[in-house]
Design a protein around this ligand. Structure first.
Ligand SMILES: Cc1ncc(COP(=O)(O)O)c(C=O)c1O
Length: 402
């Protein structure tokens, strides 16, 4: 018998899991028995209105997106069984990366199996000892871990954190960096475009101005903004009147608005992307995005560019949902995004409310510690362009019955 089935480690695992059960923080995974859409079929529950997916544009089950994936599988098989630089690059990668770069107004892009991977690639690869990375305190966990990893791999690479969306605090960090004799290289400022838990946005024009003043480079992870924000869904920068050229680097995901399959990317200047290809550890030591997923994502972006009205529908739906949630008596964080967090503070309460909503016909997840800080638990309602007014009314009705 393997030692792992009797090892004392298992008693430790039991004790941690018991703690999660006792404090009501234990997460039960729901089984979805069909495609992701505004209505999903959940094992044990049947059809439920889905308000917890990042399927912002309703493209996850779009017939053309599905068909493109099937064609990719037929034409290219399951994969190359190799990393990209050995024998793992297909023409769908090239097509998708060109399309992402064009969509974002950058010279080049490179894809990964996830945006988590992209964020683990960008900092350790592009940053060097003597540089400093200055990061918003509420940046996504993948940025936080990517920055931590970079400072471990590159001794002498510095980091600093500024208070969430606090430009005065960022200015202080920039002044400290410029005054620090150990900071001899590049200053990098890094932010989410849309913050995933709050649903608020970074002030990108102000960040651009500060970066220019301090000769810093700006990295924006717009995973929740791409396909969602701006008139044509280019992202948070478009919403704020900037072009892609105003942002030095984007990271983003293909696992949300852009088809919802999986995958992530870095976009920016061609020479920097070449550095990622040459030196990025996730690039050199991990398999490529499967061709089928690359084909689906490419089609999803093509549809977004062809049908920008999806973005307007999403915006209208989000405004309608926010108003309804407020009228139902809940506090929802205001923002122009499709993330509508209903603050309930206590983790166990958030999880219990989410369970009750499920019984009332609506699938919304309660987020608590450690995904958000203690005391900041919430129900995160996420709206899609695929929702009809009736779907949203169904959500509001269930909230009224809580
Ligand atoms: C801002 C941000 N960055 C990165 C990620 C990770 O994306 P992926 O699922 O592609 O790894 C997420 C996903 O939640 C996110 O919200």
């Amino acid at each position: 018998m393997s030692a792992a089935t009797t090892h004392p480690f298992l008693a430790r695992a039991d004790s941690i899991l018991d703690g999660l059960h006792k404090t009501g923080q234990y997460k039960r995974l729901q089984m979805i028995e069909g495609p992701m859409g505004p209505v999903v079929r959940l094992r044990g529950y049947g059809e439920r209105l889905c308000f917890c997916s990042n399927n912002y544009l309703g493209l996850a089950d779009h017939p053309e997106v599905v068909e493109a994936g099937i064609r990719g599988l037929q034409d290219f098989g399951a994969g190359t069984a190799s990393v990209r630089f050995i024998c793992g690059t297909f023409s769908p990668h090239e097509n998708l990366e060109r399309r992402i770069a064009r969509f974002l107004g950058h010279e080049a892009s490179y894809t990964f199996v996830s945006c988590w991977n992209a964020n683990e690639a960008i900092f350790p690869t592009l940053c060097e000892p003597g540089d400093i990375i200055i990061s918003d305190e509420l940046n996504h966990a993948s940025i936080i871990d990517g920055v931590r990893l970079a400072t471990v791999i590159k001794k002498g690479l510095h980091k600093a954190v500024y208070k969430h969306n606090d430009l005065a605090d960022l200015r202080r960090r920039l002044e400290e960096a410029r005054a620090n004799p150990a900071v001899t290289g590049v200053i990098w400022v890094c932010t989410d475009g849309v913050f995933s838990m709050e649903g608020d946005i970074a002030d990108l024009p102000a960040l651009r101005r500060l970066c220019d003043e301090f000769d810093a480079l700006l990295i924006v992870d717009d995973s929740h903004g791409t396909g969602v924000m701006g008139l044509t869904g280019r992202g948070t920068h478009e919403h704020q009147g900037l072009t892609g050229a105003d942002i030095d680097f984007f990271t983003g995901t293909l696992g949300k608005a852009l088809g919802g399959g999986a995958g992530g990317y870095i976009s920016g200047p061609a020479r920097a992307i070449d550095l990622i290809v040459q030196r990025g550890r996730p690039t050199l030591f991990s398999n490529a995005l499967p061709a089928t997923v690359a084909c689906s994502a490419d089609k999803a972006i093509e549809i977004l560019m062809r049908e920008p009205e999806r973005v307007q529908r999403l915006r209208d739906n989000a405004a309608y949902a926010r108003e309804g949630i407020r009228k139902a008596g809940f506090t929802v964080i205001e923002s122009p995004t499709a993330i509508c967090p209903i603050i309930v503070h206590d983790t166990a309460k958030a999880i219990a409310m989410s369970q009750r909503l499920l019984e009332l016909g609506v699938y919304v997840i309660g987020f608590g510690y450690p995904v958000v800080p203690e005391g900041h638990a919430r129900l995160r309602v996420q709206v899609s362009a695929a929702h009809t007014r009736e779907h949203i009314d169904g959500l509001i009705g269930a909230l009224r019955n809580l």
